[in-house]
Design a protein around this ligand. Structure first.
Ligand SMILES: *[C@@H]1O[C@H](CO)[C@@H](O)[C@H](O)[C@H]1NC(C)=O
Ligand SMILES: *[C@@H]1O[C@H](CO)[C@@H](O)[C@H](O)[C@H]1NC(C)=O
Ligand SMILES: *[C@@H]1O[C@H](CO)[C@@H](O)[C@H](O)[C@H]1NC(C)=O
Ligand SMILES: *[C@@H]1O[C@H](CO)[C@@H](O)[C@H](O)[C@H]1NC(C)=O
Length: 205
């Protein structure tokens, strides 16, 4: 009992100290301009097609700077149409609870010089079919979100692209590899049986 209480308090304390700061999206400055080479409605094949991404500080924010930005994380996010009736992709203002952007694309040190702020991402094979946009978060030295930018507008209606999950070709490849592993297990088992019988035979002699 005392142990459980201690555990809960420890969890609570580490939560307060670490990631439970609970930054909200609405509290972040939308100072980043993020672009993706894919245009509205385009369909990308998971595991095959790539996307070129760039990000930069929006210079219309004259009174602000990006000097506090230390790292940048780019994520693939579900558009509202792919969130409907799926609580596990729900958008929440609190970023700890938000499930809009579940696929990490890249994390990089933030650079002010725009010539370094690009990344080519191959759509990973585990990305499900759906409609997406890309969002980038800037983090300060305390690893807290301080700014963001995204390839779509605030209502997430423009510049959305589609991902089509792995095709039949890949599925059959996967089936082949499953068959190979099953074959390996069966051979191993057979080898054990053979070995057992052999030792039994030699004991009987
Ligand atoms: C991404 O950039 C590479 C290199 O600059 C280029 O070869 C490729 O065509 C670009 N892809 C798209 C989808 O624009
Ligand atoms: C830069 O910020 C200004 C002011 O918020 C905004 O009107 C403009 O659309 C932004 N530019 C881009 C390319 O997002
Ligand atoms: C992309 O970033 C690399 C360094 O990460 C840089 O060498 C290259 O010039 C950049 N490309 C563009 C088109 O900005
Ligand atoms: C977003 O949608 C709301 C209500 O549907 C509308 O009032 C607002 O103008 C829209 N904003 C943009 C940037 O399209």
């Amino acid at each position: 009992m005392a142990g459980a209480v201690l555990l809960v308090s420890l969890l609570l304390i580490s939560c307060l100290a670490a990631s439970c700061h609970g930054a909200t999206l609405s509290s972040l400055q939308k100072t980043l301009i993020v672009t993706a080479s894919r245009k509205n409605g385009q369909v990308l094949k998971a595991g095959e097609d790539s996307i070129n991404l760039t990000w930069s500080f929006n210079n219309s924010f004259l009174a602000m700077t990006d000097s506090a930005y230390k790292t940048l994380k780019v994520k693939l996010c579900y558009a509202p149409i792919s969130q409907q009736d799926r609580a596990w992709r729900k958008t929440e203002d609190n970023l700890v609870r938000d499930k809009t952007c579940q696929h990490k694309i890249v994390a990089k040190p933030y650079r002010s010089s725009t010539s370094h702020n690009n990344f080519t991402w191959k759509v990973q094979r585990d990305v499900p079919t759906g409609t997406y946009f890309v969002r980038a978060y800037a983090y300060n030295s305390a690893d807290e979100e301080v700014a963001y930018g995204q390839t779509t507008d605030a209502n997430k209606t423009t510049n959305l692209f589609q991902v089509e999950a792995i095709s039949g070709r890949h599925v059959s490849l996967d089936i082949t590899s499953i068959c190979f592993s099953a074959f390996a297990v069966v051979s191993l088992f057979g080898f054990f049986l053979l070995e057992k019988r052999r030792t039994k035979n030699s004991q009987e002699k």
